[in-house]
Design a protein around this ligand. Structure first.
Ligand code: P6P
Length: 358
């Protein structure tokens, strides 16, 4: 049989998952629609300067700023619009929420509403667009609690454990869709000639151990004590308590860093830092967003045997209070995430003991 005929397309994979009772027709449609939207985004991203879509969005009086207070790129807006338009009419969604929109987009009355909620970062890492570094789309799927006609922001505020699907599409040398529907994490590569995603890695596994960490070291002086201690011991390498040398990678595109970790292991860290205030404000508890960055990536990583915490607790156990709230992120190889979390736990215990002794 030819390679083409034995290759398993995303469509065939989802039909077989439905046959196994792991997915229902509406969720299958949702994933196919998101995958198709990602192919459209891949075309726009791939054009680069030839597409006239690089640079900042916004009119002549300066770049437009999104709800995060960040300058929007033209491709941020394009990717967001592609995902909204693709998902509006299918009848599978009640509403969408996006990093690029203050409020959720409720499916208009002109179309039927379904029982799913879709959350996305339409183009994560977009600051890398203008320097031709891999970027990606991250998405998370929840079930709408109650009647879809009553959907509102509160409907989205569910912990990561409530996700029924999550994934990302990475626009790199190849375009890949990495997906979980709660039964493993699987990778599909876009066959540009056929125009379809083909299963290229079933059941990705994150190695438990690693010698590679990903963090933006320029923020080191702003980190809290346990994070300083943890990274200090990594940097001490084989002459320090860890007894091994470590390598570092930082692409500054979460999708690309997480994809590397899913592929060969590692730990990805974006910790809280003192510039963000006391850490008690959920909208300043870190840089990365809980609902449409940390939660979907955490589900993908856990489904691949890895772990994901905020340094102190499992990220997917956090009950959100704000749609755009942020969270410190430690995710990847299970043993290394446990080690980083141990530094935080031991720091907190010692502080509590000093407080009790005072
Ligand atoms: P820094 C991209 O803007 C992003 O949200 C993630 O994709 C990435 O991991 C992080 O920010 C990079 O942040 O502060 O290193 O530029």
């Amino acid at each position: 049989m030819s390679q083409a005929s034995t290759a398993r397309s995303l469509t065939r994979f989802l039909i077989e998952e439905k046959r196994e009772g792991r997915i229902n027709p509406d969720l299958r449609l949702l994933i196919e629609v998101v995958a198709r939207a990602c192919k459209t985004i891949a075309v726009a991203v791939g054009k680069g300067a030839l597409g006239g879509v690089l640079g900042d969005a916004g009119t002549g009086n300066g770049a437009s700023i999104n709800v995060q207070g960040e300058a929007q790129k033209k491709l941020d807006v394009i990717a967001n619009d592609v995902l909204l338009e693709a998902n509006a009419w299918g009848g599978h969604l009640a509403a969408c929420a996006s990093e690029e929109m203050d409020e959720p987009f409720l499916i208009p009355d002109a179309y039927p509403r379904g029982n799913y909620l879709l959350l996305f970062d339409p183009l994560d890492g977009s600051s890398n667009i203008d320097v031709n570094v891999s970027v990606g789309t991250i998405f998370s799927v929840l079930v709408c609690p109650g009647d879809a006609q009553d959907v509102d922001t509160q409907s989205f505020l569910q912990p990561g454990t409530a996700q029924v699907a999550a994934g990302y599409c990475i626009y790199g040398p190849s375009t890949m869709l990495v997906l979980t529907i709660g039964h493993g994490t699987h990778a599909f590569t876009l066959d540009r000639e056929q125009g379809s995603f083909v299963l290229t890695q079933r059941d990705m596994r994150v190695p438990d151990e690693t010698r590679e960490f990903a963090v933006n070291m320029s923020n080191q002086r702003h980190w809290e004590a346990p994070m300083q201690a943890y990274v200090g011991d990594l940097l001490a390498g084989s002459e320090g308590v860890r007894g091994n040398d470590f390598n570092t990678r930082w692409i500054a595109s979460m999708v690309a860093d997480v994809h590397r970790i899913l592929t060969r292991g590692g730990i990805f860290i974006y910790p809280w830092d003192s510039r963000l205030g006391t850490g008690t404000d959920p909208c300043k508890a870190g840089k990365l967003r809980l609902m449409y960055e940390a939660n979907p990536m955490s589900l993908l990583i856990e489904q691949a045997g890895g772990a994901s915490t905020n340094g102190r607790e499992r990220i997917m156990d956090i009950t959100p209070t704000h749609l755009h709230q942020r969270v410190p992120v430690f995710l990847g190889s299970r043993a290394e995430v446990a080690m980083a979390s141990r530094y935080h736990h031991e720091h907190d215990m010692a502080r509590a003991s000093r407080f009790n002794d005072a």
